[in-house]
Write a protein that binds this ligand. Structure first.
Ligand SMILES: *Cc1c(COP(=O)(O)O)cnc(C)c1O
Length: 231
């Protein structure tokens, strides 16, 4: 579909996702304000992000540093209250750029990266919120710390690296019930005193909210199918 024909949908899709989030929160006995929406704009143009901004959305997620650098500095100039989350794997050699641009980094998953982020934060005087990505399904191809190593890594992020740690993030295996993974992430956060849980995407954000998500990362339900598939 040509982009012009899809544009009107973004505002309507956004309203629908927010309504579904609020209903899921109420069903779970939680207040709608307890869950924020990260609108995942990867592969979509800055123009489509502007439609979401015009509709009041302020938090966005991108999974590639270079793509975010191409799109978001201008958008941040236009909307100083825009907040950008990195939700994809981060290479250590890009941590300087990530610290400069992002307001939250949700994919902290190894000591070398934690050390590099700490160093770049000290240099830049800028401290984006950090989330540790947990590979709850222990999938070999997927990023994230293994569940059995999470407690020690969380402690190191706090004590050794002094990162501003806010919570945990996970991407459940596609072929399994997400609820088991949401429950595991919630339990790791609980025993480590972490308040934020980034979990739930277009297909399962309502279930994630039932399991305590404080951030849901929703892309295709807002912006439509992605122009090109992403790993
Ligand atoms: C792409 C992506 C999302 C959004 O996925 P949708 O199914 O389009 O909502 C959420 N989290 C991460 C880490 C992603 O890469």
């Amino acid at each position: 579909m040509p982009e012009a024909l899809m544009q009107d949908d973004v505002a309507a899709n956004l309203a629908e996702v927010k309504a579904r989030m609020a209903a899921a929160a109420r069903d779970a006995g939680r207040t709608p304000e307890a869950v924020s929406l990260v609108a995942v704009s990867k592969t979509h143009t800055a123009e489509r992000v502007r439609i979401a901004l015009a509709a009041g959305q302020r938090v966005f997620g991108e999974n590639r540093v270079q793509e975010a650098i191409a799109k978001f500095p201008a958008l941040k100039d236009e909307h100083p209250d825009l907040r950008l989350h990195l939700i994809g794997p981060l290479q250590t050699n890009k941590s300087k750029e990530a610290v400069a641009l992002f307001d939250a980094i949700e994919s902290v998953d190894r000591p070398k990266l934690a050390a590099s982020l700490a160093e770049q934060m000290a240099k830049a005087g800028r401290r984006p919120d950090c989330f540790i990505q947990v590979n709850t399904g222990a999938e070999p191809q997927k990023a994230g710390i293994l569940p059995g190593e999470a407690d020690a890594f969380i402690r190191d992020c706090r004590e050794t690296y002094g990162l501003p740690l806010k919570g945990l993030m996970c991407i459940p295996p596609v072929e399994e019930a997400a609820s088991i993974h949401f429950a595991l992430l919630r339990e790791i956060a609980r025993r480590n005193g972490l308040s934020d849980l980034s979990m739930g995407m277009s297909g399962d954000f309502e279930e994630a909210i039932r399991f305590g998500a404080t951030l849901v990362r929703v892309g295709s339900a807002i912006f439509g199918a992605r122009p090109r598939p992403l790993a």
